[in-house]
Design a protein around this ligand. Structure first.
Ligand SMILES: Cc1ncc(COP(=O)(O)O)c(C=O)c1O
Length: 349
């Protein structure tokens, strides 16, 4: 831990493209938080939390919603609320639920975790249908946007076909929509269009939406009552959480449409890198992630230049645009990244 702190202090951070989670709350968001009306959330008496839950349920086309501290907890509570121990959770092999939640589906819900290899993070109806153990008590997880494929968006018809295949097997469908607003803005499709095809939906407020804390689960009244149990079980029941919900409400009003700016900047970054000889697949940059083929030592060389990237999946780094990344930052990254990757500039011709 000390090493991390010391390193962070010695580096002049020019542009931080590691993740869209590194944003700091804006002054306007802090003001909204400071003036939030609050109550005890566990008594369901926090008016700001209640308002966020009401508004999000409506926006996602579900009966009810539950505010939670993190998207990980929301995913885990959702799985627990609609599965039976010993059942299967099926997902694309590099979904967040399968690889970044510390075995949570097995630990919290006793689920058998099954990953399938799928293009752009999108399991097909055939793949879902082929799982012989998937049935009532099981769940299929669909992630939109899909993190590890580089923020790819599920076309609505493909998503509908996958969800229908899961339902035909008697399994539930959970949408990990941590970045569903990115998908919505990129595709020009309302979040509810995807969300209402799933039985449960996770939304995260701390990614592109720029909040310091908070996620939300939407589903039927019955599912959300079960989810309350999971929220208490995992220690996620809070008190005057309205100060956090106020940030989320502010983000819904001010930080959704502007996601288009992040997507434009990611596109510009991808294009600039490709022109400088970095083998970036510009056509697959659909939202705010730019996947960049990894070179040994590149992260460290970039850090010395004050440009921070992170890992995306084996063999790939990611540059992620967000609320705190400007046009100038993107241009600086376009200068620094090719050199650190030792890109072959002859490709430019
Ligand atoms: C697709 C996806 N789902 C869930 C999460 C978990 O979010 P949190 O850090 O709020 O637990 C992440 C985090 O990056 C994510 O990318």
């Amino acid at each position: 831990m000390q090493t991390t702190v010391a390193r962070a202090c010695s580096v002049r951070v020019v542009v931080d493209l590691r993740s869209d989670t590194v944003t700091k709350p804006t002054r306007a968001m802090l003001a909204a938080m400071a003036s939030a009306e609050v109550g005890d959330e566990q008594y369901r008496e926090d008016p700001t939390v209640n308002e966020l839950q009401r508004r999000m349920a409506e926006l996602l086309g579900h009966e009810a919603a539950l505010f939670l501290p993190t998207a990980t907890m929301s995913n885990q509570v959702a799985l627990r609320a609609q599965t039976r121990p010993g059942s299967v959770v099926l997902a694309e092999e590099r979904t967040h639920i399968l690889i970044y939640e510390w075995g949570g589906p097995a630990i919290h819900s006793g689920l058998v975790m099954r990953g399938v290899v799928a293009d752009a993070g999108r399991p097909t109806p055939e793949q879902i249908d082929a799982d012989e153990d998937l049935g009532a008590g099981g769940v299929v997880v669909l992630e939109n946007t899909h993190r590890s494929s580089g923020g790819r968006v599920w076309p609505l018809d493909e998503f509908a076909a996958a969800a229908a295949a899961a339902h035909a097997r008697g399994a539930a469908v959970h949408l990990d929509g941590a970045r569903l607003f990115n998908a919505s803005v990129a595709a020009g499709v309302a979040p509810a269009e995807w969300a209402r095809l799933a039985d449960s939906v996770t939304i995260c407020f701390t990614k592109g939406l720029g909040c310091p804390v908070g996620a939300l689960l939407a589903g039927s009244e019955q599912l959300i009552e079960r989810a309350w149990e999971g929220k208490f079980l995992l220690g996620g029941a809070m008190r005057q959480a309205g100060v956090l919900a106020a940030a989320a409400l502010h983000a819904l009003d001010h930080h959704v449409e502007r996601l288009a700016d992040d997507h434009l900047r990611a596109g510009r970054l991808a294009q600039g890198l490709a022109e400088a000889g970095v083998p970036v697949d510009v056509a697959t940059v659909e939202t705010n992630f730019v996947p960049i083929p990894e070179r040994a030592g590149a992260l460290e060389r970039l850090e010395r230049e004050g440009v921070l990237l992170d890992g995306l999946r084996p063999g790939f780094l990611r540059a992620v645009t967000h609320l705190d990344v400007s046009d100038d930052d993107v241009e600086q990254a376009i200068e620094a990244i090719p050199a650190a990757l030792e890109a072959d500039r002859r490709v430019r011709a």
